[in-house]
Design a protein around this ligand. Structure first.
Ligand SMILES: NC(=O)c1ccc[n+]([C@@H]2O[C@H](COP(=O)([O-])OP(=O)(O)OC[C@H]3O[C@@H](n4cnc5c(N)ncnc54)[C@H](OP(=O)(O)O)[C@@H]3O)[C@@H](O)[C@H]2O)c1
Length: 350
């Protein structure tokens, strides 16, 4: 909460022109000045770091579906205008506040922030940074916070997925979807049915570890899952699409199945028919990964430590779908919003 309050007290970002990057100098950033309008790219005046804060030289920043919602005013968090979007990044430490003891200048880190990561520099609380191992590139590292943090908490902390269980995941070829496939198959030894909106996306999901796939733009998800696993159903469903796809995933669950709601990319929020929960002793639950940072920081932090550890052990393989330059930020947003993206979409700040 401290970081959020500090960010609100600080001066809003202002675009300006003409100086080089470095501590104390203006830096380039994407700026949302008006909701539902293209972002501007320009230079922002820096501010001093507070005692507990760190200035990071951002190399890569994630472009998440959530970023597109925030900039349309359709997300659960609504930052004051104008703001710099972006909630995760990888980079190196440029400067530390006087009380900072967890990282030092030059360290390679991943981090999370409250809407200021789509910039060459980003100031964040020292608690929101995790050092990365030498064998992890800054490009791949930027894929980890939101997507792998979410996949790990959804599968392990919420659904308690067990080895040998069957996991159904929707929007399976997207950033979070591929992370769910990766963690479920390669860490948890579960079997994955990938559900996605095109044959190409299904093919990619299979290449990344899913055992079966369903193109839900062409058939009923529930009937296709039934053909694959029989009337018993799947043990775990991770849904990011909502609406009818959520309802079909719910109806695909086995006895004591668990469904985790991650989002509503399709735009519709379904109601849960409670009789379905009763009949098969099903649990329906939600996961809002970022909220753990405020409500239960040890769980939040562990999801990132686990992602880094799994990578270090060679158990997960993040997939970068496309990298855009900062100046192409509006193209990157359209790429995600128009369902063209697969895997993680990144902005390169270098
Ligand atoms: N709760 C959390 O903590 C948390 C964390 C991360 C992500 N999420 C949620 O998970 C979902 C995926 O996020 P992501 O960043 O990984 O994005 P993404 O999956 O890479 O991209 C979104 C995907 O959603 C699917 N989709 C279905 N209907 C859509 C529509 N009408 N418009 C756009 N996309 C549609 C598309 O896949 P198909 O073409 O295959 O349908 C699209 O590629 C989002 O709902 C996001 O809010 C939640």
């Amino acid at each position: 909460m401290a970081a959020l309050l500090c960010a609100r007290r600080l001066p809003r970002p202002r675009l300006r022109r003409g100086a080089r990057q470095g501590p104390g100098r203006p830096y380039r950033a994407a700026l949302c000045a008006e909701l539902k309008q293209p972002l501007a790219v320009g230079e922002v005046a820096p501010r001093p770091v507070l005692p507990h804060e760190v200035r990071v030289d951002v190399h890569f920043c994630g472009v998440n579906f959530a970023d597109t919602l925030v900039c349309r005013g359709q997300y659960q968090e609504k930052p004051h205008l104008p703001f710099i979007p972006g909630i995760e990044f990888s980079g190196t430490i440029l400067e530390t506040g006087t009380d900072v003891c967890t990282v030092k200048e030059g360290d390679r880190v991943i981090g999370v922030s409250h809407f200021n990561a789509m910039a060459e520099e980003c100031i964040t609380d020292q608690k929101a940074l995790w050092k990365i191992p030498e064998n992890l590139s800054l490009r791949e590292a930027a894929t980890l916070p939101v997507t792998y943090g979410t996949a790990i908490l959804a599968l392990q902390h919420r659904a308690c997925t067990q080895p040998g269980e069957t996991v159904l995941v929707t929007a399976a070829a997207g950033a979070t979807g591929l992370a769910v496939i990766d963690v479920a198959t390669n860490v948890l030894q579960a079997k994955v049915i990938a559900a996605a909106g095109s044959d190409e996306k299904c093919k990619l999901a299979m290449q990344r570890g899913a055992q079966f796939s369903v193109n839900y733009s062409r058939c009923s998800l529930k009937e296709a899952v039934q053909q694959l696993v029989g009337s018993g159903g799947v043990n775990v469903a991770i849904d990011m699409v909502g609406g009818d796809i959520f309802l079909e995933a719910l109806r695909s669950l086995a006895w004591e199945g668990r469904i985790v709601v991650l989002g509503f990319a399709g735009g519709n929020i379904a109601s849960v028919p409670a009789n379905l929960l009763l009949l098969k002793n099903i649990s329906a639950m939600g996961l809002y990964w970022g909220r753990y940072q405020l409500e239960d920081f040890p769980v939040f932090s562990k999801s990132l430590h686990s992602a880094l550890q799994y990578y270090h052990q060679g158990r997960i393989q993040p997939y970068v779908g496309k990298v855009f330059k900062l100046e192409e930020v509006n193209d990157a947003f359209l790429h995600v919003m128009q369902r063209k993206s697969t895997g993680k979409v990144l902005l390169s700040l270098k």
